[in-house]
Design a protein around this ligand. Sequence first.
Ligand code: 0L1
Ligand code: MG
Length: 261
Amino acid sequence: MLDAKTLKILADRVLHAQDTATTMAKLTDEFPDLSISDGYDVQDELTRRWVARGDRQVGVKAGLTSKAKMDQMGVHLPGFGVLMASHARPENGVIAIDELIHPRIEAEIAFVMNAELGGDDVTLEQVIAATDYVIPAVEVIDSRFEKFKFDLPSVIADNCSTARYVTGGRPLDPRGLDLRTLGVVIEVNGEIQALGASAAVLGHPAEAIRLLLRHLAARGQTLKAGSFVMTGGITEAIPVARGDNVLARFQDMGSVSFRMG
Ligand code: 0L1
Ligand code: MG
């Protein structure tokens, strides 16, 4: 467990990199004993600081939940991050690229929960029963580590590269959808950059929520009613640059679009 002084040094360093869009060295270079659990303690400290600034936690994200994403990053365990209200951006808007270092986009299925869930033995059916609706989302990730190179404790302390997210399309009842077979296409400037089907996320995107629940249970936490949960990129993440027009089409669910400006 991190002592208070080290926790402060790490949270200061991560917040500075995020706030100023500057890179930092892998945290394990200086703190080689940093564990995955320590990384989540840094996330908790970041969350306390964001709330102290007047921000609000709206949910949680699961990342590294598809083989394409894990292979792209060379990391073979999912990770989780905190989603704050200040990370959200409106659909059809402009995302300020000057606030980011080297953004990449991910098309994800997001869930909004209508009941609290907790524990490590929640079934897929119970996750669906506790879901108010699912909605298409695009996450803009931005590692604060140079060239997106990190290890799991470092990237977790950096809130799993969370930067921005945009929702769009139609909120739908998951009970009327086959959530394993939804096709997704990511276009940038009208060119298809990646495509996939929702089963790429652990066979079913709600499996990412089961993993999240196990992670929360291990930390004595639950997933609160009203939480917004992003289940992870269906394809590899796609780099974007200033002026790029992003469009992610989700079969039966509509699309999400915005511009990097
Ligand atoms: O949302 C994600 O899948 C990001 C997880 C962290 C790894 C990365 O930066 O790609
Ligand atoms: Mg993601």
